[in-house]
Design a binder for this molecule. Sequence first.
Ligand code: ZN
Length: 76
Amino acid sequence: MPVPKKRRTHSRTRTNHAYNFRAQVKAAGVCKNCGAPVLPHVICPVCGYYKGRKVKKTKLEKRNARQARKAEENKK
Ligand SMILES: [Zn+2]
């Protein structure tokens, strides 16, 4: 059976365990458009707004657009 070559010090053990208990990243602000918690300098993932301006389509909007396009194609 394999045996550890060296004794693992208390400090080393605690250092490794500390990694699992490190502080979680907390949202530093709220979206001005929808009020969802957002990270600084990051586009709101919920509504796609940044600095009060629409800059990105959300996944839901993309899906709705795709479904609308498909429905339009099926009508023809
Ligand atoms: Zn938002």
